[in-house]
Write a protein that binds this ligand. Sequence first.
Ligand code: CAA
Length: 282
Amino acid sequence: MDRLGVVGCGLMGAGIAEVGAKGGCSVIAVDVSDEVVAAAKERMTKSLAKAEAAGKLAEPAETILGRITFTSDMSALADREIVIEAIRETIEDKSALMSKLDSIVAPDTIIASNTSSIPVAQIAAASSHPERVLGMHFFNPVPVMQLVEVIACLVTDPAQADKAAEFGATMLNKKVIRAADRAGFVVNALLVPYLLAAIRALETGVATKEDIDQGMVYGTGMPMGPLTLCDMIGLDTMLLVAQSLYNEYLDPAVAPPSLLRRHVEAGLYGRKSGRGFYDYSK
Ligand code: CAA
């Protein structure tokens, strides 16, 4: 498979399109918003320039970018062999997209959702061909993080899941792990309770944000502190992920802390909006 479609050109979608093009795929990247598309192009250009300067690219960045077509016309996906969606993390948006894709792509086109925490079965239920729907969960920043989780739900055709896993390993050059269809899969089910605990520590005055972050960086060798990581993931995404995990497990450890809700309500989404727990405006 080398004809990839990506729906949603935010942080994750842009990264997925970049790794697809780097792996040699022709990529059609779709987003409804021209603003998001322009930002995605800029992000990819910068990311590839950085990788090129570090000697990480086998081809010129321009050649890689040349494999990506950006459009707001969803029907451009008609000839794709695999479509990966990375749109907003709500079941309503993802279900609406599944039925739209049903009328555009071939019945055996793989549709992979980059959902962080919504069970894949819920998304597949909105497709008239649920057997081709599965999860491919990437990590931020996608061009740097090596992992993808592949999730087959109860109704996914195992052969399609195998094809998606092979695509992830060969064309996207990722390490692939398989996970059961439970909210959070492997990584977020372990990581998110830790990140939410850090927000609660800040909320209850255990330490300053700087000390919480430094504690985990210098005490445990994490590449970045948990509050910095929340800002990088996006606090709006963190809230949606926490809500999905809470819906699934009813575990207070994954209930969204008030401080997280307040940040999102105030439009403080983290790095992407210029301010989250930290200020990035400068
Ligand atoms: N393509 C290929 N390689 C690239 C690249 C690109 N576009 N851009 C950068 N790189 C390479 C760099 O050359 C560098 O390589 P070396 O280590 O060999 O020098 C490496 O990637 C790191 O890049 P930077 O120097 O730019 O970054 P850094 O050293 O400052 O580290 C970081 C930044 C990678 C984000 C690091 O802090 C980190 O790993 N943080 C943790 C991130 C994390 O946990 N992500 C998961 C979030 S959870 C999630 O995403 C799931 C969800 O559903 C919420």
